[in-house]
Design a protein around this ligand. Sequence first.
Ligand SMILES: Nc1ncnc2c1ncn2[C@@H]1O[C@H](COP(=O)(O)OP(=O)(O)O)[C@@H](O)[C@H]1O
Ligand SMILES: [Mg+2]
Length: 256
Amino acid sequence: MSLLELRGLCSNVHPEDSEEGIAILKGVDLEVNLGEIHVLMGANGSGKSSLAHLLMGHPNHRITGGTMLLDGEDLSEMEPDERARAGLFLAFQYPHAIQGLPVGTFLKAAVEARRGEELSFRVFKRELDDVMGRLGISKEFLGRSLNDGFSGGEKKRNEILQMHLLQPRLAMLDETDSGLDVDALRLVFKDIREIASPDNAFLVITHYDRVLDYINPTHVHIMRDGRIVKSGGADLSKRIDEHGFETVLAEEGVDE
Ligand SMILES: Nc1ncnc2c1ncn2[C@@H]1O[C@H](COP(=O)(O)OP(=O)(O)O)[C@@H](O)[C@H]1O
Ligand SMILES: [Mg+2]
């Protein structure tokens, strides 16, 4: 059984929870198995972030057709917290700073949601100290307000900390459209290589074909207008690395 299996997945986005939906995903097929690293690329607006949000259960994104299964279980029947408990993880870019919510408090809540149990402060602190020690993150970081004035690198550090603590089975990383500096990218990909194991899988989302400089995916997919229009392995990733995904699509005769 696949870890993630999407068949003909269609969705609408409902801006600000309006009843009127706009069609975004138009039949996505994707299979992800444990031990794999998938890169999903495509131009801005092709639907990459919408796919991740739909999978996580974001209230503005609704399934309108097809199926989405995690370990054979219908994700559309699961509440967002059940999805997190099942090991689905999305590294948000946290567009909003949350004043007064310390990073440490946020992390404890996230870990409790994943494990479905409350942790004593002492137990959590011991675990956190251990992970932060290994990652070389200073303790001061825990007292900062979530995302408040975080640099790109600090946001990444927060994501990395979350991944180490939550040990997701399927980690989705959405690089969004804001340019990450090269050092922050390096940090993330080094971390993916460290965490990647036969017991988890990654879906790295980007509009940027240079990520292939930093990571060797097992699978690459190119998304356009709400569909995956081309998928492949190391071969395809090498061609994209050399020529860019738009050129590869043109060579493949995938029309605009
Ligand atoms: N909350 C929203 N309200 C209205 N349109 C949205 C919303 N979220 C996404 N969209 C639209 O859905 C399409 C896909 O967006 P998105 O999933 O963010 O693409 P990508 O991540 O590939 O850049 C775009 O046309 C975008 O404008
Ligand atoms: Mg996006």
